[in-house]
Design a protein around this ligand. Structure first.
Ligand SMILES: [Ca+2]
Ligand SMILES: [Ca+2]
Length: 243
């Protein structure tokens, strides 16, 4: 009886830890945004502490009223894959797959695939959203946890709050200037915020315009929802303050 109890306890612990570890593997669709006619990139990232990935397949559900597949390419984790490709099963479903004998070792974290879309919204309004959802996970990613992404149509993002602190300050102008000089990189959202005049690129002129916004001597193309330029916020601590 005692032996049976110990055996059952051991099995329960095994199942618990296996279940716990299994739940750690994640495939995630990063969120993206864009306006009609723009080419956007949707990264598919993974975090696989427990499973070596030699073969994978999944379908990405999108809203074809907003996006049309343009092309795809392997992410940094899959650049050495023998085979990688994608196809449009129908306008709302993109199949992505690949395999490689060496594969991606367990414990890796990074980008599995990059999907490029053209924003095709004909009747969307600003800030409309749709879900980017991986489905039908196959082979080594079968059963992995899934994190959906969101596509947001043309959000009013040219507001100058580059570090998304909630206010526009001289520090944001400095970030835009450093980005214009290619001293730093920014996320697509931060880059859009830095393009204060909505010209499509970030220049020293944007940095100057953001500085003027901070001093309430001017405004960016988009206003910060519910916020105003905070000239008293120059000393605000942010993750960028060491730059
Ligand atoms: Ca800011
Ligand atoms: Ca600009």
């Amino acid at each position: 009886m005692k032996q049976r109890f110990i055996y059952l306890s051991f099995m329960c612990l095994l199942l618990f830890f296996n279940g716990f570890a299994y739940a750690q593997d994640v495939i995630q669709v990063e969120s993206a945004f864009g306006c009609t006619g723009e080419l956007i990139t949707v990264p598919i990232t993974i975090d696989n502490p427990d499973t070596q990935l030699r073969a994978f397949g999944f379908d990405l559900a999108i809203d074809s009223a907003m996006l049309t597949l343009d092309s795809c390419e392997p992410g940094d984790l899959a650049t050495d894959f023998d085979f990688f490709d994608c196809s449009e099963l129908n306008p709302d479903l993109i199949r992505v797959g690949g395999f490689d004998p060496d594969g991606i070792p367990a414990g890796s974290s990074g980008t599995l695939a990059l999907l490029h879309f053209t924003v095709t919204c004909g009747s969307c309004t600003e800030s409309d959203t749709s879900t980017l959802e991986p489905q039908n996970l196959l082979d080594d990613i079968a059963g992995w946890n899934v994190v959906n992404g969101t596509f947001t149509y043309c959000p009013p993002c040219h507001h100058g709050d580059v570090n998304f602190s909630g206010s526009v300050t001289a520090g944001d102008a400095q970030l835009a200037f450093n980005f214009a000089l290619e001293f730093i990189t920014l996320t697509p959202e931060e880059e859009c915020a830095a393009d204060c005049n909505d010209s499509g690129n970030v220049t020293a002129g944007d940095a100057q315009a953001i500085f003027n916004t901070a001093l309430e001597l001017g405004t960016c193309a988009d206003s910060l929802p519910g916020k105003s330029a905070a000239s008293g916020d120059f000393g605000k601590i942010s993750r960028w303050d060491t730059i």
